[in-house]
Design a protein around this ligand. Sequence first.
Ligand SMILES: Nc1nc2c(ncn2[C@@H]2O[C@H](COP(=O)(O)OP(=O)(O)OP(=O)(O)O)[C@@H](O)[C@H]2O)c(=O)[nH]1
Ligand SMILES: [Mg+2]
Length: 382
Amino acid sequence: MAAPMSDGIGIANLPNQRHKIVAKRGAHFTLMVVGESGLGKTTLINTLFSTELSPAKNYNRRHHKQLDKLTEIEIIKAELEEKQFKTKLTVIDTPGFGDYVNNRDSWTPIIDFIDDQHEAYMRQEQQPQRTDKIDLRVHACLYFVRPTGHTLKPLDIETMKRLGTRVNLIPVIAKADTLTQNDLHLFKQRIRETIAAQGIRIYQPPIEVDDEAGAEHARILQEAMPFSIIGSTEDVTTADGRVVKGREYLWGVAEVENENHCDFRKLRSLLIRTHMLDLISMTEELHYENYRQAQMETRKFGEQKPRKFENPKFKEEEEQLRKRFTEQVKSEEARFRQWEQHLIQERDRLNKDLELAHSAIKSLEAELDNLQVGYGRGTNRR
Ligand SMILES: Nc1nc2c(ncn2[C@@H]2O[C@H](COP(=O)(O)OP(=O)(O)OP(=O)(O)O)[C@@H](O)[C@H]2O)c(=O)[nH]1
Ligand SMILES: [Mg+2]
């Protein structure tokens, strides 16, 4: 278990690289973080930068930030180099959602961003000049789950369903230091059950049959999912005098890189060492291909992306809207029928009243006639 986690293994000397061509070109890796506000997304990115992308490891780091005002998505770029193997790392930090009253569609900007990257890449591929493509297709998407100890919330389920069909989705439990080990264990189990029951597609490290050590590592990673995370860029001193990245409490220190405290090391190892290439090729071969094929079916070669509400990615929303509309019409119809029934009853009742009134009038008239006849006779007699 210790070997695959050890810092010595890097992308440069992976035993089972499935795509050596990618390795030769140098990898271009894009990571995205998504989840409710305040769960530590930004902190985790900074923790990644302040631990693994560490100066001791001979990493050459460049750091710029671009703020895309339209989407409010922050893009951080860095370059890693290990044994001549260069990786261009791009991290996309999204603002948290879920703190609005109406967060039904809070996933829309994120889903749009992911689709737009596939779209942009596809358009560039169709151009005659193919070198130097701008490529921000997301290779791994970390989804932060609030450490409630219960299970996934409806908003999580809805968002994860949509993400899972588009990217390599990696759910993580935020702020693992706020749960006891026992609660964390149960929480993980429940999340796994919900993911299975809801048919949410998440990234699974592949278990290769021809590579025993790799398969064992993949199995360990699979069993640990969803990874529990502690984020911190603070150096703190443990009771036994070690200086570590962690969070200080009265009871002690929650250590970022301690495998008994959380799965940060497993996640980092998966992302930037053992499974970076798999994440890249899954994106190319599965997610991008799915997008491309779906687009090909709905438009001709070279045709512009259709207007938003005609776009396949809106199909599910449109379908739901249609369903809601039909339901509403149905319930309105039912209400109308009830009302109609009520009116018919009311009409019948009034007709009966009318009939009664008529017969009352008739009998009164008859009585009147009788009286008049009687009176007439009386006068005649006079
Ligand atoms: N206990 C605990 N607190 C954390 C952890 N990670 C981050 N925090 C704290 O949580 C707060 C929010 O962290 P951020 O990283 O800003 O959260 P965010 O997800 O980027 O939030 P938005 O950008 O609003 O979506 C900060 O006060 C962090 O110090 C963690 O692992 N454990
Ligand atoms: Mg943030």
